[in-house]
Design a protein around this ligand. Structure first.
Ligand code: SF4
Length: 364
């Protein structure tokens, strides 16, 4: 007998009829995976609108058809150049216009970055992400950036950088240095975008993504939910990613961390919009998983304030990547101890670095 006693089943008359479940999936009738780039907003809205358990079940099915269940990629993020950014992203305390008290710093030296990477590797990370608070990198910074990429790759880790907008030439230089991934988030729907950022356009973001893609670097692109956007905006956000000519290999989904002194932090703090509803957050993860079945879906900022149960639902709904450590670029993160405990409770294991990268190293 179950520890929970005898469960009385609902009489059939008590069970409400579910809404029509005729929704699109990325699995065909044989359960084979199909990667689609022609999703419509209506299809994505219908995925969001499903009963929660149907949506999570569908996402988990897609996840298991494309990835090893129970394996989660661990990445570590280091801010290599903090603060003083000329952009005005309303969520970011690194913007020069934010009044969060964050001190602007210079680009870290290569040795410091490589020491941090070695520590991250010792703690089990397979990817090392380096972020600089720039509108775009200057040509004088490129030699140090290239040394960092080469040094981290020599340790056997995947490399990822986020440096702002890139020209074609800069993308080529990073590609030649061996950069595995470039992060450049679209942030939100095209419609909500200008309520969050005014110093560069949604089109500028797409142009950098295209330069990165064309240079052969893998694309990491996602966004932030909980920025006062509507469900329709979340549909538009997933739609913009899922209809790119090729899906990003990594899709970080962040929950806004409202920091006082930032535009959004001050606007949303102490309002019901200060935190995205947990169930709506899991729905966003699930829809990202279904529409971009082969991508890594990363639980990013906001995990620190998420319950273990919500995180467990996110993993069930197809999230298979997290940032480890106590800190993201400048905001708090769940921390290694909390993650170890959670992984043990849920029976999750860290994913090894991709074989592809070992092969690349052997070829060097
Ligand atoms: S998100 Fe990036 S580009 Fe925007 S203000 Fe922050 S550091 Fe600058």
């Amino acid at each position: 007998m179950s520890d929970y006693g005898t469960v009385k089943p609902f009489a059939s008359s008590e069970v409400e009829k579910r809404p029509d479940q005729n929704v699109s999936t990325s699995l065909d009738t044989n359960g084979e995976n199909i990667v689609r780039n022609d999703w419509t907003r209506e299809e994505i809205a219908a995925l969001f609108d499903q009963p929660f358990d149907d949506l999570v079940f569908q996402a988990a099915t897609v996840h298991r058809a494309n990835h090893k269940a129970g394996e989660v990629q661990l990445s570590t993020l280091l801010s290599i150049k903090t603060g003083g950014c000329p952009e005005d992203c309303g969520y970011c305390n690194q913007s020069a216009g934010a009044k969060s008290g964050l001190k602007a710093e210079k680009l870290l030296d290569v040795r410091t970055v490589l020491q941090s990477a070695a520590q991250a590797k010792d703690r089990g990370s397979s990817r090392f992400c380096m972020g600089a608070a720039w509108r775009n990198p200057k040509n004088r910074d490129m030699p140090a950036i290239i040394e960092m990429i080469k040094g981290v790759r020599q340790m056997g880790m995947e490399t990822c950088m986020t440096l702002g907008m890139l020209t074609k030439e800069q993308s080529e230089m990073l590609s030649e240095a061996g950069l595995d991934y470039y992060n450049h988030n679209i942030d939100t729907s095209p419609e909500h975008y200008e309520k969050v950022i005014t110093t560069r356009t949604f089109g500028d973001r797409l142009e950098t993504l295209e330069n990165v893609r064309n240079s052969g670097i893998n694309v990491c692109s996602g966004g932030i939910v909980g920025m006062g956007e509507t469900r329709e905006d979340r549909v538009g956000f997933v739609h913009a990613l899922a209809t790119l000519p090729r899906h990003p290999e990594s899709v970080p989904v962040n929950a806004l961390v409202p920091v006082k002194g930032t535009v959004l932090g001050d606007m949303l703090a102490d309002t019901p919009l200060a935190k995205i509803d947990d169930i709506e957050f899991v729905r966003t993860i699930a829809v990202a998983r279904i529409t971009m079945p082969a991508s890594m879906v990363r639980l990013s900022a906001g995990r620190e304030s998420m319950s273990e149960s919500t995180q467990a639902l996110c993993f069930l709904a197809g999230a298979n990547s997290i940032f480890t450590g106590d800190k993201l670029l400048t905001t708090g993160n769940a921390g290694d101890d909390a993650d170890e405990t959670l992984f043990a409770k849920l029976g999750l294991v860290p994913m090894a670095a991709e074989q592809r990268d070992c092969a690349l190293e052997a070829a060097e």
